[in-house]
Design a protein around this ligand. Structure first.
Ligand code: HEM
Length: 180
């Protein structure tokens, strides 16, 4: 996973749980390197940070992933990537439909990127269905947090539900965003 994602994970842990706890985590995993924003690193390192953090902090992995996903939207929207949120949609629905184009545009700058893919449709006036496909596994709750973050970003009064978790038979996760 790109350095910028790993750095976001580390920063969130440092800000939420304190620098001392982060030092405890890294002491348990000296193989965690210093990350450059625009470089690709093996996914195992990302999973290792999360695994060690959950152990040291004694927290629930799904909750941590959700926090990280929600925070990723805020961090990118408020920072140097904010322009992408203006360019790729003025509602949550159009933005979600354009997410593949957004990652493709990023891929032109970030070589070696392995982006996710999303399919999105309206089931009725109050329900959006989002299908998430990826080469990676285990990011179900990360995406749930991102969808929650997008509801906030686009002022959409939505409640996010996991409808389908990827399995050996079904190669994708599926979510419902229901209007509150
Ligand atoms: C401008 C905002 C965004 C930027 C700069 C960005 C950038 C990135 C980057 C660099 C990666 C790592 C890919 C890799 O290491 O191969 C990534 C992965 C990912 N992004 Fe985005 N992203 C943005 C917005 C979003 C949003 C709003 C979503 C919401 C659902 C999203 C969903 C994901 C997911 C799920 C992954 C994990 C990759 C996978 O599933 O295989 N991204 N993104």
């Amino acid at each position: 996973m790109f350095g910028m994602v790993n750095r976001h994970i580390i920063k969130t842990i440092q800000v939420t749980y304190g620098e001392r706890k982060w030092r405890e985590i890294i002491a348990n995993a000296p193989e965690i390197p210093h990350f450059s924003q625009l470089q690709q690193y093996p996914d195992e390192i990302t999973y290792l940070i999360i695994e060690k953090a959950v152990k040291v902090l004694d927290i629930d992995i799904d909750n941590l992933q959700e926090t990280l996903g929600k925070g990723w939207v805020k961090e990118t929207a408020d920072g140097q990537w904010g322009i992408y949120y203006e360019l790729y949609g003025d509602t949550i629905f159009t933005f979600l439909n354009n997410l593949d184009s957004l990652h493709a545009a990023l891929g032109a700058q970030l070589t070696d990127m392995s982006p996710p893919s999303f399919l999105c449709k309206k089931l009725n006036l109050d329900t959006i269905c989002v299908r998430y496909m990826s080469k990676r596994r285990g990011l179900t709750f990360f995406v749930k947090g991102m969808l929650k973050g997008l509801c906030e970003k686009f002022n959409y009064p939505g409640h996010v539900i996991i409808k389908q978790i990827r399995s050996d038979q079904i190669e994708y996760d599926e979510y419902l965003i229901e209007k509150i």
